[in-house]
Design a protein around this ligand. Structure first.
Ligand SMILES: [Mg+2]
Length: 349
């Protein structure tokens, strides 16, 4: 499969945002994870200045404090980081709709058919110019190699791994540079005398399959730079809605309220199950003559709470003229979810 893949990985994302927004933090060790280093939290992101002291993501804050007591410890401002991530994704979408986010600060872009090197460079420049942050960008013909490339010259890196001589390029790299080889697999491979990807290339396919099962087959291919996994754009709902068509047209407000209470309960469960909370609530009414209207309200705080959804739905119901018009259908939807990489927008049912 002939693809062109770009992997974009923001450099020390949360810490870099804090340093961008507060110039007094620039050049200083910054640890995002909690403002109290003596609490039980862990490091979310450490600035490169903090990494110089051996501070790493997922390290307990207490340990980070021991390594660098004068570091600036900051709480995690997820709302802000998600907004910055959304801004970066809006840049991505100018170039392709085939975007697979791996986290708030990392994504694959499939730009097959375009000059991936030039595009990767341009995206990196646009992020710097418009968002004021540096990204490390890797370009290659598959996901594994693009991700490997973005890591080669981090931070502020730009690396293209060309199709030619991939096996020779990979050979000297340590075996844990293969995406998916964690400490356990690495340890096991080391015991077998496998330290570099080149060592792995010398192993027999059948032996790898016998030792690691299906993963052994993938290892065999990845060691040769072969990776056929497509970029999978995440399909996330823009809205969740419930509606009912009454068996007989309704005019009693109590019946409408009962339906809305029911929707609020169901929607609350559906939102919770997906870990979502929405800022916009929309009421849909279809009258007996099939005239359909929708009314929306957007609130500053997202919610997944049934009582709150019901309260918001009632506010909308009040806005609708109910005077003597029979209603055939009523619906309630929640939208405007806080997703990484997506602007707030409405698209219902
Ligand atoms: Mg990153």
């Amino acid at each position: 499969m002939d693809r062109s893949i770009i992997h974009v990985d923001m450099d020390a994302f949360y810490a870099a945002i804090e340093q961008r927004d507060n110039p007094s933090l620039r050049g200083k060790p910054v640890v995002v994870g909690g403002s109290n280093p003596h609490s039980r939290g862990v490091v979310s992101t450490a600035s490169y200045e903090a990494r110089a002291y051996g501070i790493r993501s997922a390290m307990p804050l207490k340990q980070a404090y021991l390594r660098c007591p004068h570091a600036v410890f900051l709480p995690v401002n997820m709302t802000k980081y998600k907004e910055v991530s959304a801004q970066i994704h809006r840049i991505f979408r100018r170039y392709t709709s085939l975007i697979e986010p791996l986290s708030l600060d990392e994504a694959f872009l499939d730009v097959t058919g375009a000059d991936a090197g030039a595009l990767g460079r341009e995206i990196k420049d646009r992020i710097k110019k418009e968002v004021g942050l540096t990204a490390s960008v890797g370009v290659s013909h598959n996901k594994f190699l693009a991700k490997l490339a973005s890591d080669m010259e981090k931070p502020d890196g730009f690396t293209v791994i060309p199709r030619e001589h991939v096996e020779a390029f990979l050979a000297p790299l340590p075996v844990n540079r293969i995406w998916g080889v964690g400490p356990r697999t690495q340890e096991y491979l080391n015991e077998l005398g496998i330290f570099t990807i080149g060592d792995l290339q010398r192993l027999d396919r059948a032996f790898l399959v016998k030792t690691f099962g299906k993963w052994g087959d993938e290892l065999y291919l990845l060691a040769r730079g072969i990776d056929d996994r497509p970029v999978k754009p995440s399909r996330k709902p823009k809205s969740l809605g419930e509606e009912v068509t009454f068996p007989r047209d309704v005019e009693e407000p109590e019946k409408l309220k009962a339906s809305l209470a029911e929707f609020a309960r169901t929607l609350g469960q559906r939102l919770k199950k997906r870990g979502l909370a929405g800022r916009t609530v929309t009421l849909k009414i279809r009258y007996h003559d099939f005239v359909t209207i929708t009314r929306s309200l957007t609130f500053p705080d997202p919610t997944d709470q049934p009582e709150e959804l019901y309260r918001r739905a009632l506010l909308l119901l009040k806005k609708v003229e109910l005077d003597r018009r029979k209603i055939r259908l009523i619906g309630l939807a929640v939208s405007n979810f806080l997703y990484p990489g997506e602007p707030y927008q409405l698209s219902l049912w």
